[in-house]
Design a protein around this ligand. Structure first.
Ligand code: APR
Length: 248
């Protein structure tokens, strides 16, 4: 693992355009549970019952009670961890331009990254299903479920449910970033959900080095990624940056 950390630092030192694709594993150390794998949210509930747009439209109160209310409590409290801070440091060092994230927690921006593509939207805002008014999630009163807009309409997260399209600009820009980068860091994603999982494939096809940081292998491992650093996101980022600092 030490050799791969050194290799990643040396690859980054030589690169000019670097992007990162992050998933739930990047936020685990901020106490936000992941979806898949041991202890993941989808072990406890069926995503088709709580995270599909049809389920929400059928019974918004049920989805608010089973998923969104708890998510609000967790995300309202969450703070960036060493992975988020490390990616912000990489940007400050001129070694990262864009973060494409599947996470909706806003922690990359809170850590200081300035170009974050929110592939699955954001949980920072709720929007009214009737009049489209946007309300900051931390200001939403959850004593009434489902919470409502002043117009009486039901509020929903400004995030992408299963069964919904990826925001067009996020998809378009992510493809561009994947095409243009020399390195894509793929951090804490199971690479099971499309089209996000295609971005490392696009990067690879257009000549980038794809580096995974994940304690577990993924469908990209050995197929698309050039190598995988099998560690946790925060610790691995700290070690890469320490080595990179010595090279710059
Ligand atoms: N550091 C880095 N990676 C970790 C860590 C850690 N400390 N702990 C776990 N992981 C890895 C797991 O091995 C797994 O590969 O994080 C990954 C989390 O995978 P998922 O829970 O599937 O998260 P993600 O890939 O972001 O899911 C994609 O699925 O349910 C939807 O919309 C949701 O955006 C989400 C999408």
């Amino acid at each position: 693992m030490d050799d791969l950390i050194k290799k990643a630092a040396s690859d980054l030192a030589q690169a000019t355009m670097v992007s990162a694709l992050t998933g739930a594993g990047a936020s685990i150390e901020s106490k936000i549970p992941a979806f898949r794998g041991k202890g993941g949210l989808w072990e406890k509930m069926d995503p088709m019952e709580v995270a599909h747009i049809d389920a929400f439209m059928q019974d918004p109160a049920k989805v608010w009670k089973l998923l969104i209310r708890d998510m609000k409590e967790v995300i309202d409290q969450a703070q960036p961890n060493d992975c988020h801070k490390g990616l912000a440091q990489l940007e400050a060092l001129g070694k990262l331009q864009t973060v494409i994230t599947q996470n909706i927690d806003g922690l990359h921006q809170m850590a200081g990254n300035t170009d974050v593509i929110e592939f699955h939207g954001t949980f920072a805002w709720q929007r009214c299903m009737d009049c489209d008014t946007h309300v900051e999630t931390r200001r939403v009163d959850v004593s009434e479920i489902p919470p409502r807009c002043h117009c009486g309409g039901i509020l929903r997260p400004n995030a992408v449910f299963f069964g919904e399209l990826i925001p067009q600009e996020a998809l378009w820009r992510s493809r561009q970033v994947a095409t243009d980068c020399d390195i894509m860091l793929v951090i804490g994603t199971s690479a099971m959900v499309q089209p996000a999982a295609m971005m490392p494939v696009v990067a690879k096809e257009t000549g980038a080095t794809v580096i995974e940081i994940n304690p577990e292998s993924t469908p990209l491992t050995g197929e698309i990624s050039d190598y995988i650093i099998k560690g946790t996101a925060g610790d691995t980022m700290n070690r890469i940056i320490a080595d990179l600092d010595a090279l710059l």
